[in-house]
Design a protein around this ligand. Structure first.
Ligand SMILES: [Zn+2]
Length: 413
């Protein structure tokens, strides 16, 4: 049987053509896009952070002049009251970029540089760069590339990536304005000083290759806890026993209570091998705070004009200080041990794993206060010293991280 033929009107033809084009162009694309979303599980918030991380470089806060090399060439940036100038432009904020990256005082940053007057003095510098470039810079600044093991570099890259994502997500929520959320390029968050550029020596070239390989191999790998990127804190050396996360950094995330401290074989064996008295050992430290420094501490904490003595506060089962009671000339206050570290300076009061003090707790302070301690940093999470030791014993990055952060899982975004 022959079907009756019907001619299509020009109007119908246009509609049919539009329908065919719509189906061809959008349906498969939409499907692919949905599949990608399911594979990656990346929310718009996370996608924005992966594309661009903002990092404040605290080391330049007091600089009066900066030398910046960008697509515009080499320029001297100076502060002029509430404005800054690069010779031709005068503005409250200047940006510098180049396809090859921008050099600040000779150091390469693979991103955009924002310079503005620092609120107190000097110039404030912020870098905007892709997450993976930032991670490369962090691993280079946090570890000694010349001697680092591949698994140690990989574990550090995953921990740094997780810390960046977890921390920035929280800050974006808290600030309300996502564009204001940034990380500090110092110990307040994690070290970042720019990209590692090898010289022509074989050792330096090999270190650069190991760094690139570790970051590329772990690309997009992030620790998750309770379905969210986990802000994985880590420290240089726990001094023999890591700290219980929520005892040092109180957190509303229930699963984080499971991150209790553990004996760290890397630090224990290092201490046993070099001895706590060995001045070459990075795990033992001692420092004396002068009377003037203690007066300043007392005043800044509202304790009066001087510190009379200190008393032991809370300690964890491994002996790490959690709090300390400071008795001032006017009043007494219990503060967290990490607050005391921040007040006296992380560089000198290197950890809260205190071995001894002079005068002892409870004794009158007359001429300064001497502390001896073990480790460097807050002691929570991954211990870099322990990770190095574990990597040398053949542990994989996954095994190192599951030991440092029990209850977390690695996902690839
Ligand atoms: Zn350790």
């Amino acid at each position: 049987m022959r079907l009756k033929e019907r001619r299509i009107s020009p109007q119908e033809a246009v509609w049919l053509l539009a329908l065919v084009l719509f189906c061809a162009c959008t349906a498969p694309g939409q499907q692919q896009s949905d599949e990608r979303a399911q594979e990656s599980g990346v929310s718009p918030n996370l996608a924005q952070i992966i594309a661009q991380v903002r990092v404040h470089l605290p080391q330049h806060d007091r600089a009066a002049t900066l030398e910046v090399a960008s697509a515009r060439g080499l320029e001297q940036v100076t502060r002029q009251g509430k404005l800054i100038s690069d010779g031709s432009r005068l503005a409250p904020l200047l940006t510098f970029e180049s396809p090859q990256g921008v050099r600040l005082s000779g150091v390469l940053h693979r991103g955009r540089l924002l310079v503005e007057p620092h609120p107190v003095s000097g110039l404030s510098v912020t870098v905007e760069l892709a997450l993976e470039n930032y991670i490369e810079g962090v691993v280079a600044a946090e570890l000694s590339l010349w001697s680092a093991e591949p698994a140690e570099l990989e574990a550090q890259a995953i921990a740094a990536r997780s810390y960046a994502l977890g921390t920035l997500l929280r800050r974006r929520q808290r600030l309300g304005n996502p564009s204001l959320a940034k990380l500090e390029g110092g110990t307040q968050d994690q070290a970042y000083r720019g990209m590692f550029e090898p010289d022509s020596s074989k050792g330096s070239q090999a270190a650069a290759r190991r760094l690139k390989t570790a970051v590329a191999k772990t690309r997009g790998q992030v620790l998750f806890i309770e379905g969210q990127p986990f802000a994985a804190r880590y420290s240089a050396a726990c001094g023999g026993h890591t700290a219980h996360l929520v005892q040092v950094f109180p957190s509303p995330i229930r699963a984080e209570a499971a991150l209790t401290g553990a004996v760290c074989e890397g630090c224990v064996s290092r201490i046993a091998a070099t001895g706590p008295e060995d001045p070459r050992g990075p795990l033992e430290w001692q420092t004396t705070f002068s009377s003037a420094e203690l007066h300043q501490l007392a005043r800044s904490l509202g304790l009066g004009s001087s510190l009379l003595r200190y008393e032991l506060g809370q300690r964890d089962p491994s002996g790490r200080w959690l709090s300390v009671i400071l008795v001032g000339e006017r009043t007494t206050k219990e503060i967290s041990a990490e607050t005391l570290r921040a007040q006296l300076g992380h560089g000198r009061f290197r950890s809260t794993r205190i071995v001894s003090s002079w005068p002892h707790a409870g004794q009158a302070i007359s001429a300064g206060l001497h502390f001896k301690g073990l480790g460097h940093g807050h002691g929570v999470g991954l211990c870099q010293q322990g990770a190095r030791d574990a990597a040398r014993r053949g542990w994989s990055a996954e095994r190192i991280l599951s030991g440092a952060y029990p209850g977390t899982e690695i996902r690839r975004l």
